[in-house]
Design a binder for this molecule. Structure first.
Ligand SMILES: [Zn+2]
Length: 158
C-alpha cells in the first residue's frame, strides 16, 4: 500500500465514525502520478442523497495534504454502484461492535428474499422490527429488538 493510499484509507465515514471509507468499500482507487506527485482518489458514494460525500471529499484532501500530497483530486464515480456487499468483514465487525446492525448481503438476483432478518446487535435475536425508515441519519433506519426491547440503528442494505 502506498503512503497516499494509506492516508486516504484512514479517513473515517463522517456518519458512522467507527468505520473507514476503505472498510466501507467506497474508496475505489488511489493513483499517484510519479512525475508530478499528483494524487487522484476515486470514491463511489454510498446512499443517494447522503450529504456525507462533501465531507468525505474534504477529509480525503486534508488527509493527503497531511501525508505530503497537497495536490490531490477526488473523483466521484457512480458506476458500478456501491452496494453493502463492499463493506469488508473487518468493517462489519466494527459496525456490530458499535451497535449498528451490519446489512445483510444482497440477495442473489432472481431469488426472492422472503424475510429480511435483521439481528439485534445487542442480544443477537432475529426477532426485530423496523420502527422508522430513518434513524439518526438518512442512511440508517431505526429498529427495535422484541427480545430485549432495545432500539438500534440498522445500516440500510442496498
Ligand atoms: Zn436484543
Amino acid at each position: 500500500m502506498t503512503d497516499a493510499r494509506m492516508a486516504a484509507a484512514s479517513v473515517v465515514d463522517p456518519e458512522i465514525r467507527v468505520i473507514t471509507i476503505d472498510e466501507l468499500g467506497i474508496l475505489r482507487a488511489v493513483e499517484e502520478d510519479g512525475a508530478s506527485g499528483r494524487v487522484t482518489v476515486t470514491i463511489t458514494p454510498t446512499y443517494t442523497g447522503c450529504p456525507a460525500m462533501d465531507v468525505i471529499r474534504a477529509d480525503v484532501r486534508r488527509a493527503l495534504a497531511a501525508a505530503g500530497y497537497p495536490d490531490a483530486e477526488v473523483r466521484t464515480v457512480y458506476s458500478p454502484p456501491w452496494s453493502t456487499d463492499w463493506i469488508s468483514d473487518g468493517g462489519r465487525a466494527k459496525l456490530a461492535a458499535a451497535g449498528i446492525a451490519p446489512p445483510a448481503p444482497a440477495p442473489t438476483p432472481g431469488v426472492v428474499a422472503l424475510t429480511l432478518a435483521v439481528r439485534c446487535p445487542l442480544c443477537g435475536s432475529p426477532d426485530t422490527e423496523q420502527v422508522s425508515r430513518f434513524g439518526s441519519t438518512a442512511c440508517k433506519a431505526l429498529w427495535r429488538c422484541r427480545s430485549c426491547s432495545e432500539p438500534f440503528d440498522h445500516l440500510k442494505a442496498l
